[in-house]
Design a binder for this molecule. Structure first.
Ligand code: NDP
Length: 447
């Protein structure tokens, strides 16, 4: 289906189906599947994967990890309304927490009406680390390593000639000398960084092979001894950035003017900048979105988490990954974080759910994938700070959490919605209250 500018406000590319699916959350799951099939988002075979909860066959599972005994499924939802650089994306999100998918969809709709997210991402430059010890004078060792730069790059690339053919490969060698953690009596740390463009791959295996491969040459050049050789998950040469710009008037909600909502958001942003206790929760909200899409597309989410939080400390103190400012009558949000993602390798092609997730996203390459991830993180953060700075997070969250509470108490079928609604109305979203309600259903016609 060709992309239709269905709401008259977004610049949707003509070859991209819209991410705006009004009323999707109210439809039955069959109707949702039908719509995805009609739009051409999923083939009949992929529909079977969705119906089978995206689970790989046991043969595949058994190849993926050790001691496999089963498959652990998570709910898969679609984040809607996202437009990034004028292109629409349905966002597959695998997550157990209620309200994450709704929050992204809501925020993306507000931003879409303001022109959508603008995003960019660096090339896939990853860092391999080689730790050299017993090297003698640090400056002499540094000179020897840097003098051997071309030799080291050629050797690294010899381990992955196909990467070189694809336009990637080892690009640079750097030396970092760090103070010994034991103090002046210890040998300073001598770390060689190998910078590698991993193209469409996340790159961990590629880099590890190269780092192990060049280690003997580093020993030969310096006379030192190498111990640790592995990639760094602080992928700060591979950053993605997203921003959005929302007219303050468009923020008006909850009977509050736009200025009041904007002020709450700015205060939440200041709070996160000043206080690591708040920044940790601020970034947890960002990662609610990013982790969910990472899982749904087969990414190494531990690597993404490690990189994001290490980057959040780059100024010497843990800080927020996103910030909000007021600029000429607009609320402006910006996010920047390392995103070591892959369109190939890892689980991306092995896991049928991950393959489907990548297909649903309709990104052309790994840099566009990172732009979407960064936008999802900023969208999630917008929804959180907007609620936090105004009516509080519980109002929306508890309404969605109430369904989980109803199911925990034993509600099934139509009773789930009925119990959830009553829990919210009574202002007591508790399992005990849900049990009482269910018991009262059995006793009489209506509580
Ligand atoms: P893989 O080794 O699984 O796959 C990458 C391979 O894909 C490349 O070596 C290349 O092989 C092939 N390929 C095909 N097309 C392209 C292309 N366009 N661009 C680049 N490569 C291409 O994955 P990675 O090296 O990306 O490593 C990721 C995995 O490593 C993840 O599963 C992660 O969990 C794991 N890991 C993570 C660690 C960490 O984060 N600390 C540590 C160790 C592992 P060829 O050239 O032969 O076709």
């Amino acid at each position: 289906m060709s992309g239709v500018v269905d709401d008259g406000v977004s610049a949707v590319a003509l070859d991209m189906p819209s991410s705006r699916l009004p009323g999707f959350h109210r439809r039955s799951v069959d109707a949702r599947w039908r719509e995805l099939a009609q739009r051409g988002d999923v083939s009949p075979e992929e529909l079977r994967v969705l119906r089978a909860l995206g689970a790989p066959s046991f043969d595949v599972v058994n190849q993926m990890i050790e001691n496999a005994v089963g498959v652990f499924a998570l709910p898969l939802g679609l984040g809607l309304n996202l437009t990034v650089n004028g292109r629409d994306h349905l966002v597959p999100m695998a997550v157990e927490e209620p309200s994450v998918v709704a929050a992204v969809s809501f925020a993306a709709k507000v931003v879409r009406e303001a022109g959508g997210f603008t995003a960019d991402a660096d090339p896939s430059m990853m860092i391999g680390q080689v730790q050299l010890t017993r090297y003698g004078a640090p400056e002499v060792a540094r000179e020897r390593v840097l003098a051997g730069r071309e030799q080291l790059l050629a050797l690294a690339n010899s381990f992955h000639p196909s990467l070189l053919r694809r336009g990637g490969g080892a690009r640079d060698v750097q030396v970092r000398i760090l103070p010994a953690p034991e103090g002046p009596q210890g040998e300073p740390l001598f770390i060689v960084h190998l910078l590698v463009d991993t193209q469409e791959a996340m790159g961990a295996n590629l880099i590890n092979t190269m780092a192990e491969g060049v280690a003997p040459l580093i020993e030969q050049l310096t006379g030192g001894r190498v111990f640790v050789r592995i990639l760094s998950n602080l992928a700060d040469q591979r950053l993605a950035r997203a921003s959005c710009r929302i007219p303050v008037d468009a923020l008006a909600d909850f009977d509050l003017p736009g200025e009041a909502i904007a002020e709450g958001i700015l205060q939440a942003s200041r709070f996160a900048e000043a206080d690591p206790y708040r920044a940790a929760t601020h970034n947890k909200g960002v990662m609610n979105g990013i982790d969910a899409v990472a899982i749904a597309t087969g990414q190494d989410w531990r690597a993404i988490e490690a990189g994001a939080h290490a980057y959040a400390c780059r100024l010497g103190r843990y800080g927020p990954l996103s910030r909000w400012t007021l600029e000429q009558g607009h609320l402006v949000g910006r996010i920047e974080l390392p995103l070591a993602l892959g369109m190939v390798g890892g689980a991306t092609q092995v896991h049928p759910g991950a393959r489907l997730g990548l297909k649903l996203l309709r990104v052309s390459d790994v840099r566009e994938l990172a732009q979407v991830f960064a936008s999802v993180g900023l969208a999630q953060n917008f929804a959180a700070v907007r609620a936090l700075g105004s009516v509080g997070i519980q109002k929306g969250h508890m309404a969605l959490h109430a369904r989980c509470v109803a199911v925990t108490a034993g509600a099934r079928g139509l009773d789930v919605e009925r119990v959830a609604q009553l829990l919210v109305e009574r202002g007591s979203v508790k399992v005990e209250t849900a049990r009482e309600l269910l018991a009262s259903f059995q006793e009489g016609p209506s509580p």
